[in-house]
Write a protein that binds this ligand. Structure first.
Ligand SMILES: [Zn+2]
Length: 159
């Protein structure tokens, strides 16, 4: 049996924060604002995984009122959610996702993101697609005020 989920996230860009996307630190003068490390791509993937099984969303699972998740490493949150998926008898079939940012360029970092994410999710590189787009200078993302990500996650039941 297969189940599909859709994930979306957006965070504001702000000075004085590290920019971490897909578990990788990216060289940039601004970072994403959030209670955790604000890893917009991992958050979109997590919401896709949870959505596929009609479980609670990331905000319910890891509330921003909980001090435990202050500046939390989102790769740890991804590991926790992956364990939930496995506990229900599912594995990842494949994931397709987009990072939407006017700057900086994401392309050079995508191989490293795939290293990090494929290892946690126990999938080969060909089962994870990460694409990078801009907003053609339109809206908050195009004005470099925010970075967005979305994902489609297909889960496969193995037991
Ligand atoms: Zn987020």
């Amino acid at each position: 049996m297969y189940r599909i989920g859709l994930g979306y996230d957006i965070h504001q860009l702000t000075a004085g924060r590290d920019l971490i996307i897909g578990g990788v630190k990216i060289t940039h003068e601004k970072g994403l604002l959030g209670h955790s490390d604000a890893d917009v791509l991992i958050h979109a993937i997590i919401d896709g995984m949870l959505g596929a099984l009609a479980l609670a969303d990331i905000g319910t699972l890891f509330p921003d009122t909980d001090k435990k998740y202050k500046d939390a490493d989102s790769t740890i949150l991804l590991e926790e959610v992956y364990k939930k998926i496995r506990a229900k008898g599912y594995v990842i079939n494949n994931i397709d996702c987009n990072i939407i940012a006017q700057e900086p360029k994401m392309m050079p970092y995508i191989p490293k993101m795939k290293d990090v994410l494929c290892k946690i999710l126990e999938i080969p590189y060909e089962d994870l697609s990460i694409k990078a787009k801009t907003k053609e200078k339109m809206d908050a993302v195009g004005q470099k005020l925010a970075i967005e990500a979305n994902s489609a996650v297909l889960l496969k039941k193995i037991k």
